[in-house]
Design a protein around this ligand. Sequence first.
Ligand SMILES: O=C(O)C(=O)C[C@]1(C(=O)O)C=C[C@@H](O)C=C1
Length: 292
Amino acid sequence: MCNNALEVAVLGPLGTYSHEAAAKAFGSTAIYKAQKTIANVFSALSSDIPFGVVPEENSIFGGVIETFDFFRTPASTFVRGEVTLKVEHCLLVKSGTKLHEITRVMSHEQALGQCRQFIESNLPGIEVVKTKSTAAAAEALIDAPPNWAAICSSICVSLFPGLEILARGVQDENANFTRFYIIAHSSTTPLTYQLESHRHMKALMRVSSPECGSASSNMAHCFAMIQLPITRIDRRPSLDGIPFHNVYFIEVQKETQNHHDGDSFELWTKAVMLASSRVIEKGWRSAVVGIW
Ligand SMILES: O=C(O)C(=O)C[C@]1(C(=O)O)C=C[C@@H](O)C=C1
């Protein structure tokens, strides 16, 4: 840690939406440590870099697979909060390039997915290239031929020299939001950002059935044991060697919005841990991978 300023890992280079979301939660005094991939954001966490911010879900394109894939395997990383960001994509080019001259567009696959209609209607048949992040696409323009373009945040035009915004709001829906998880090095890392005081408390559970095809693998049995409001379910292959065996990521939330004080958070933590034990008693695997 440098001068005791809090260090937060984000997908880099600086100028990504992950960076913007992190700044919304941790403010301007934190030091943002840019990582090349979302997986690197997870692996960068340590006692020196206690927090990270990773995209989890977009309102147009859906879940961010790389984030859920990390949570498939046991690790100490723990979700301790969330931030939602309105995402307004821009088409950036080298200054002077016209729309009809563009031959290649680059961006993160999530952003390309959110701008599919714009690309099909305005840039038909051009080469579409995935980059590690939206800001990485903008950065790549610096040394690129003049007819390449990037889809990214408007912030990138002031971070990388020689670029201009050719179009704004190029996402397929005006209402385009991405939700990010605030991840911590461990479940006990002290929280150093301001949680909204009135909000639903939430938790993320990872569950999987013991064996494929057995009566006990009926998901309904598992869900019935949770007995907490389930607000979201994601599914990924379990990678445990059994084809089509899955892990489920279940987000639960407290029924009522509570003032977020220590006592109510402790009660919520107990309720979530009990839900997880009930799932285990039913013969399923269960782990709590976040409470906030
Ligand atoms: O590339 C970035 O700017 C990111 O922070 C990643 C990411 C994502 O993976 O969802 C974040 C927000 C937008 O939805 C597009 C890309």
